[in-house]
Design a protein around this ligand. Sequence first.
Ligand code: DQA
Length: 140
Amino acid sequence: MKRIQIINGPNLNLLGRREPGVYGAVSFETYLEELRKVFPLVQIDYYQSNVEGELINKIHEVGFDYEGIVLNAGAYTHTSIALQDAIRAVTTPVVEVHISNVHQREEFRHVSMIASACRGVICGFGLCSYKLAIEALIQE
Ligand code: DQA
């Protein structure tokens, strides 16, 4: 069974309640149930933290064993060289995802410190961005 680790960064624990006009009204836990039904043959593990170092620890923990990591690093996307280094340090391919189309938003969101280290980037499809990322990873 393929193992995919989803990692959500800061403020994504508030999905469903946080700026629903931008991020939607569904919690990630609810979406995760759907996602697991769509991919019954994939083990989908989920981790969320608001702490940069904990995101790095999780990447280290799974990043030599799992078949893929789907990472929404939230605002750390735009700032974190440490996350870029962690992605480069492991062998598991990482897909950067965003719920919103960051390129239609403020200019500071147009820059990703992690994209260059990732296998690919998916953004702008709402929570469906995660499903598209898993599809891409299991086709590898
Ligand atoms: C986000 C986009 C980021 O710019 C923002 O800081 C987030 C969420 C997204 O999923 O659209 O926290 O990663």
